[in-house]
Design a protein around this ligand. Structure first.
Ligand code: AMP
Ligand code: GLY
Length: 422
């Protein structure tokens, strides 16, 4: 079978790497890919949300399965368009992907079906949001309703900060159309965990747990990023908690979507806050997490292709999913300045030496190959991932590999995995 993977980040390199191990796969294309995917697949110069050209490519090239990485094409309806042409594609259709595409839609469903989530209210005018903020206790969280590349969530300690957040999203339109509506919600305290599950619309198959580090700097300080590192499993996520999350959150959500006439196939990713009173849902995403996918897939023992196919065919109840017992850690190496503006085009050295270390795979994110050199091409540049007998071994292996890699202006966190190993 020929497979097309859509996207060009660390998550997509990890997907291509895992798919490549399947005996069912003859060739992989990645659109647009990066310098890492170019080594194990054929990169196609089509951006991830150019649905017309992706569709034309898939039809012409006998693509037997398409796997979508990022959220934008899902929310724009890539699955609907491919299915209309009879193509097999893994991911939710546009109506199901709204679970990530609109925070107010997602919160309304959670409320309607009694799923645990922070108390909230959605607004489409700044004045009514301001009235609400004045009567609520702080801290509060103000969120742009639509997709904002992980940046549309503002944690506000005081009412003044919350009012400024409303003005930034609705007045200054810092996130464009994503800020046509906002959600203001109660602030939850606890430890975060990411729970990803495969779904065929009826059955959910939970992956092992993962935890990411969102803040830019050590000690969870600084601005939120897409994720500066991740590890799996998350020891805080016990078997009892896992069953609770499956039965009280993941399955009820899939049933709710079915009842709403929006059957959900693909990855259901729940961002959870483990609070004193139990797990609460921060958000649902309609795709694999980045960087959680890198440490998850390096631990996945089963062939991933039959799982994708079972999700499409509605046969997930018969599908095994095995994990390696070892632990894994992914350290993101970013460009100086990320998540704000950063430089591109710096030459990267040491990749081969890093990759040769035991248990290490260097997943590329924002990289490109030019004249035999690998250059930086994005904010998050590499996801140095290592597996070992426990988290401490994963950490030391990953950082040993990180030390071999150089370019001008590297930034990475030195404390990835600390919560799981202490
Ligand atoms: P979201 O995109 O909604 O998951 O929000 C991004 C990040 O903001 C989350 O990973 C949390 O760290 C934080 N966050 C979101 N909602 C809340 C909340 N209600 N209480 C505390 N932190 C939150
Ligand atoms: N790592 C967070 C996300 O993928 O949304």
């Amino acid at each position: 079978m020929q497979v097309l993977v859509i996207g060009g980040g660390g998550r997509e390199h990890a997907l291509v790497w895992k798919i490549k191990q399947s005996p069912k796969v003859k060739k992989i294309f990645c659109a647009p890919g990066n310098a890492g995917t170019a080594e194990i697949a054929e990169n196609i110069p089509i951006v991830a949300d150019d649905i017309d050209n992706l569709l034309e490519f898939a039809v012409k090239n006998d693509i037997g399965l398409t796997v979508v990485g990022p959220e934008q094409p899902l929310v724009k309806g890539i699955v609907d368009r491919f299915e209309e042409k009879g193509l097999r594609i893994f991911g939710p259709n546009a109506r199901a992907a709204e679970l990530e595409g609109s925070k107010s839609f997602s919160k309304d469903i959670m409320k309607k079906y009694g799923l645990p989530t922070a108390e909230y209210k959605a607004f489409n005018s700044a004045n009514s949001a301001a009235e609400y903020i004045k009567i609520k206790n702080c801290p509060l969280v103000v969120k742009a309703d639509g997709l904002a590349a992980g940046k549309g969530v503002l944690l506000c300690q005081t009412a003044d900060e919350a009012l400024a957040a409303v003005d930034s999203i609705m007045g200054k339109r810092s996130f464009g159309k994503a800020g046509d509506q906002i959600v203001v919600e109660e602030f939850l305290e606890g430890e975060e965990v990411s729970v990803l599950a495969f779904s065929d619309g009826q059955t959910v198959l939970l992956m092992d747990s993962a935890q990411d580090h969102k803040a830019a700097y050590d000690g969870d300080k600084g601005p939120n990023t897409g994720g500066m590192g991740a590890y799996s499993p998350a020891p805080i996520f016990t078997e009892t908690m896992r069953q609770k999350v499956r039965d009280k959150i993941m399955l009820p959500m899939i049933r709710a979507m079915q009842q709403e006439g929006r059957p959900y196939k693909g990855i259901l990713y729940a961002g959870l806050m483990l609070t004193k009173t139990g797990p609460q849902i921060l958000e649902f995403n309609a795709r694999f997490g980045d960087p959680e996918t890198q440490p998850l897939l390096i631990r996945m023992d089963s062939d991933i292709i039959p799982i994708f196919e079972a999700c499409i065919d509605g046969t997930l109840d018969k599908c095994p999913l095995q994990w390696k017992s070892e632990s894994s850690v992914c350290v993101v190496m970013a460009a100086k300045g990320y998540p704000d503006s950063y430089e591109k085009g710096k030459s990267i050295s040491g990749l081969k030496d890093a990759n040769a270390l035991p248990g290490v795979v260097v997943f590329h994110a924002g990289t490109k190959e030019q004249d035999g050199e690998v250059l930086t091409q994005g904010g998050r540049v590499l996801g140095v991932t290592a597996i070992g007998k426990d988290t401490a071994t994963g950490i030391s292996r990953a950082y040993e590999a990180v030390k071999k890699i150089e370019w001008e202006g590297i930034h990475y966190r030195k404390d990835i995995g600390h919560r799981a190993s202490s």
